[in-house]
Ligand binder design. Structure first.
Ligand SMILES: [Zn+2]
Length: 385
């Protein structure tokens, strides 16, 4: 049997490839495919695992509330890569929850086979443009900025899509004047941590994928390889803990979140970004919605089920909202799935597809202002009391 650590490492390596980051440099300046700097470059091809079937485990109950569920989608293959098998997604029968989940799901022993073996971590130049730095320091920095920087920041913020992505990249974390320490769980090759360090945070990362961790260390970052529960971080040792597109991949999210709670200082914050099962993207694209992502996304939460999950793990005063960030790329990929049953993440979208996706993004961004539950991405903030 594969050692548990190796299985976990492979799982998170796979997870880090499907989260909405650039597939070339793993940065978060992107929705789902590539960052702005690598848009025209080639994407490595997935490799078949060679297995016709995966072992599975039954998951009859909702991870968030324990209710039973009803089959929503059946016989779904892997639409983004090449994991074997077909999959069923259930929706929680509790109308105050409506979490989606895989039942059955890949057995823990086989989670490493969710992806073929391919390499995604390119070398990236880490440099903040003057406008981006001005925006970040004005909005999230600890010190007042100059009038020129405030003007640059205002101009930068007029580019709404990019502003959303940058806000996500720093997890909407506002610095104050004290020294502050942040842990990014599943930090990939560390682009978000690097940006936070530029804003004055003392940063620490945890990452299963040793290659990604190595790339992060090359940026001068402190990154530990493995699971958060293996690190023996001291009680109350972080001001903030962040997880970007991690929680939906975890078969046991409660254990991870309770560990996050333990290591946070009183008053410290947990920030998570994860797909929203109740968002407009799922309502429009339904079975073709890219973020269903069978068999990698084990649980896809809603605003209500996420509130329940974090409360059950000890967090108080949770604010769960949603954002349209990345929804244009999700729309493009979902359209490809609808047409061909499978999306080629390296394909360049056509002009019309791109315009329609941008239109959906604008529509979603507008509707989110009216109904905070409609964005494709949940934005979770919770605090330790
Ligand atoms: Zn439920």
């Amino acid at each position: 049997m594969m050692p548990p650590f190796e299985r976990a490492r492979q799982l998170t390596a796979a997870r880090s490839r499907c989260k909405p980051r650039c597939l070339r440099c793993d940065c978060r300046d992107t929705g789902a495919i590539e960052c702005f700097g690598h848009r025209s470059s080639a994407i490595v091809a997935p490799v078949a695992t060679g297995r016709a079937e995966m072992r599975t485990v039954q998951r009859p109950h909702c991870i968030a509330c324990g209710s039973s569920g009803t089959e929503l989608y059946k016989d779904l293959p892997d639409r983004l890569f090449s994991a074997p098998g077909t999959w069923t997604i259930k929706r929680c029968d509790n109308t105050q929850c409506e979490t989606l989940w895989l039942d059955p799901a890949p057995a823990p022993e086989d989670l490493g086979e969710i992806y073929g073996d391919y390499f995604t971590h390119g070398k990236s130049d880490r440099k903040l443009s003057k406008a981006k730095r001005a925006y970040l320091e004005t909005r999230y920095g600890a010190k007042p900025t100059s009038a020129t920087d405030r003007l640059l920041a205002a101009l930068f913020a007029t580019r709404r899509r990019r502003k959303m992505e940058i806000d996500d990249q720093v997890f909407h974390l506002k610095r104050d004047s004290r020294p502050q320490r942040v842990l990014d769980v599943g930090c990939g090759s560390g682009d978000a941590l690097w940006t936070l360090s530029e804003l004055g945070w003392e940063t620490v990362g945890v990452e299963f994928d040793a290659k990604a961790a190595e790339a992060a260390r090359a940026k001068g970052l402190t990154v530990h390889v493995g699971d958060i529960t293996e690190q023996n971080f001291a009680d109350a040792s972080f001001d903030a803990v962040t997880l970007s597109h991690v929680i939906e991949h975890l078969p046991d999210p409660h254990t991870t979140l309770r560990e996050c709670h333990r290591i946070l200082k009183p008053g410290g914050s947990l920030t998570m970004l994860t797909p929203n099962a109740g968002g407009l993207g799922h309502r429009i694209h339904k079975v073709d919605w890219m973020a269903l992502d069978p068999p990698r996304h084990l649980n896809i939460y809603t605003v209500d089920s996420m509130k329940r999950l974090v409360a059950d793990c000890g967090f108080a005063n949770a604010e769960v909202t949603s954002s349209a960030s990345g929804s244009d790329r999700i729309a493009m990929t979902s359209s490809a799935i609808r047409k061909a049953g499978h999306a080629d993440l390296g394909a360049k979208p056509g002009f019309l597809v791109k315009r329609v996706a941008r239109l959906q993004h604008a529509l979603q961004a507008g509707l989110v202002k009216v109904n905070g539950k409609l964005g494709d991405q949940l934005v979770v903030k919770a605090w330790k009391t």
